[in-house]
Ligand binder design. Structure first.
Ligand SMILES: [Zn+2]
Length: 378
């Protein structure tokens, strides 16, 4: 494959091998404004659809500073097969051949009532893993996952964002001194415009609010170039909420997404390394993400298993619309995790980013090890 030089960093193969030596030759740059026709429903994943996405992004080259040297992510779409997490150091720059890197993106902290987070579980038990403050609230992270894979930059969830007033900030103890979506992205070396795909697990405010912001009094998308993926059934439920969930869905968080929205229907292999699956106990059409790296399977569990304290199947949130369904669904994923060593990424756990689970002597699922995401890639 042709090698090129780009701004001092060694680069870059064409997105697709072409006969001409010109970078980007053979690819059409699409005008997103006219070509994009949301919302639509993807029936099934297929190579075609994926190709179209790549074509759209084909001439986009992302550069960042790393160790003082500029480099860009290699565009090697012939690869669509084995995904590797290793970085190969070559000629003084990192050459990302079939590159995949995951970043934990903290977007701030907030608090929710501990009783609501653990449903019928007594406080004497849940406070061991999730200590409460004087108002009985527990600390909650809003931890997103960023996946850099060749020319794609995929963000899963977006935190609650900044469109709130003082009353809201007080009720939920919103803490953006801890972190914000944009500063965490910048720490990872990216800007919001770099994000090519945004997967929203669901539209409760603590998961999607960060996808929109107020600019000059108008609500705008934070990720102008990102296609947004959501389950079709969840879009319906968010637009026609039941009385119980109503307080979690804010129109300002939801309606502007329409512009870039792609609705998916059930389990979908969105990319070769990323599968989305719908679960319905917490909210109808919530989706969880299974990420396949070379070495690991990682489950972005969202509110299917928000903290490590929720690994036991019967520790169901009071918020869930169908607790028995939640239990059945969580049991299914925990069984998978215990069998395959799937690593669970905890979106809401302020103390533990990731963990594994095992079945104990009584046949119940319990947390095994916990560790930061960065440990997997060191
Ligand atoms: Zn949540």
């Amino acid at each position: 494959m042709a090698q090129r030089w780009y701004g001092g960093g060694r680069l870059i193969a064409n997105a697709r091998p072409t006969n001409s030596g010109k970078r980007g030759a053979g690819m059409k740059k699409l005008n997103l404004k006219t070509e994009f026709r949301p919302p639509k429903t993807l029936k099934a994943p297929n190579a075609d659809r994926h190709d179209k996405g790549q074509e759209r992004l084909g001439t986009h080259v992302r550069r960042k500073r790393f160790g003082g040297k500029a480099f860009a992510l290699e565009q090697n779409f012939a690869l669509l097969a084995p995904v590797r997490t290793r970085l190969a150091k070559r000629d003084g720059v990192f050459n990302h051949n079939s590159f995949m890197q995951l970043y934990s993106i903290e977007t701030g902290r907030f608090k929710l009532d501990g009783g609501a987070m653990f449903g019928v579980v007594p406080k004497t038990i849940w406070q061991k893993t999730n200590p409460a403050d004087a108002l009985n609230r527990i600390d909650m992270a809003m931890r997103c996952l960023l996946i850099a894979e060749n020319d794609r930059l995929i963000l899963i969830d977006a935190g609650l964002g900044h469109k709130y007033n003082d009353k809201f900030a007080e009720i939920y103890a919103v803490d953006h001194r801890h972190s914000t979506l944009k500063t965490s992205l910048a720490q990872a070396g990216f800007s919001p415009a770099d994000v090519t795909d945004l997967v929203l697990t669901h539209l409760h405010f603590d998961h999607c609010g960060g996808a929109t912001e107020i600019v000059n009094g108008k609500i705008e998308l934070v990720f102008p170039n990102a296609t947004i993926y959501l389950q079709k059934s969840h879009w319906e439920t968010a637009n026609h909420p039941n009385a119980r969930e109503k307080a979690s869905f804010f129109q300002d968080n939801i309606l502007p997404l329409k512009e870039r929205l792609v609705l998916i229907d059930g389990a979908t292999q969105l990319f070769p390394f990323l599968r989305l699956e719908a679960v319905h106990g917490h909210s109808r059409g919530q989706q969880v993400a299974l990420i396949q790296t070379e070495k690991y399977e990682i489950l972005y569990a969202a509110d299917l298993c928000p903290t490590y304290g929720h690994v036991p199947v019967n520790y169901v949130m009071g918020y869930d619309i169908e607790p028995l369904v939640s239990m059945e669904e969580r049991a299914r994923y925990m069984a998978r995790a215990a069998e395959y060593g799937t690593i669970i990424f905890y979106e809401h756990d302020p103390y533990n980013e990731c963990g594994t689970v095992r079945k104990n002597e009584r046949g119940a699922f319990v947390s095994d090890q916990t560790f930061p995401l960065s440990e997997l890639f060191s």
